[in-house]
Design a protein around this ligand. Structure first.
Ligand SMILES: [Zn+2]
Length: 146
């Protein structure tokens, strides 16, 4: 299977609309080397067409990201759903006639990620432990200040 995320402008001439419906392996978005990883597949649905001198891309994107819990560091799933990702690219910026949109998808997904994530729906089991620890710290610090 060929999973290249590319759009051939030539095929869209004559007012063609190309339907996009793909389950793409997340390695295509080359996110593996970062702190965040993604579920095996990222699903894309939508269409692409030409509007005067622009290529228009309308997509919905679904993925599950895994981020370390801010407290216990456990890999925690985070669902991303972008219902309407709209992109317009000037045709003059696509001299090869082939528009590659991995980068677009990649950036759009990364933008959705929270700065912090806590496991178990924000009820990290280690939260209590850490709370106690911090309380103690503050407590003894307070005493020192006296
Ligand atoms: Zn946790």
């Amino acid at each position: 299977m060929d999973f290249k995320l590319e759009i051939f402008i030539e095929r869209l001439k004559n007012e063609e609309t190309q339907i996009i419906q793909e389950e793409i392996p997340s390695y295509l978005l080359s996110l593996k080397d970062q702190e965040v990883s993604f579920s095996e597949t990222v699903s894309l649905k939508g269409k692409t067409y030409l509007a005067s001198d622009h290529l228009i891309l309308e997509l919905s994107v679904k993925a599950v990201a895994f981020l370390p819990c801010i407290i216990c560091n456990e890999q925690t799933p985070f669902e991303i759903f972008l219902p309407s990702l709209h992109h317009a690219q000037e045709l003059s910026e696509i001299p090869s006639g082939i528009f590659h949109y991995q980068e677009l998808i990649r950036e759009s997904l990364l933008l959705q990620l929270p700065a912090f994530l806590e496991c178990h729906n924000n009820q990290c089991p280690e939260r209590e432990v850490i709370k106690k620890f911090f309380k103690k710290e503050q407590f003894s610090k307070g005493f020192q200040d006296l």
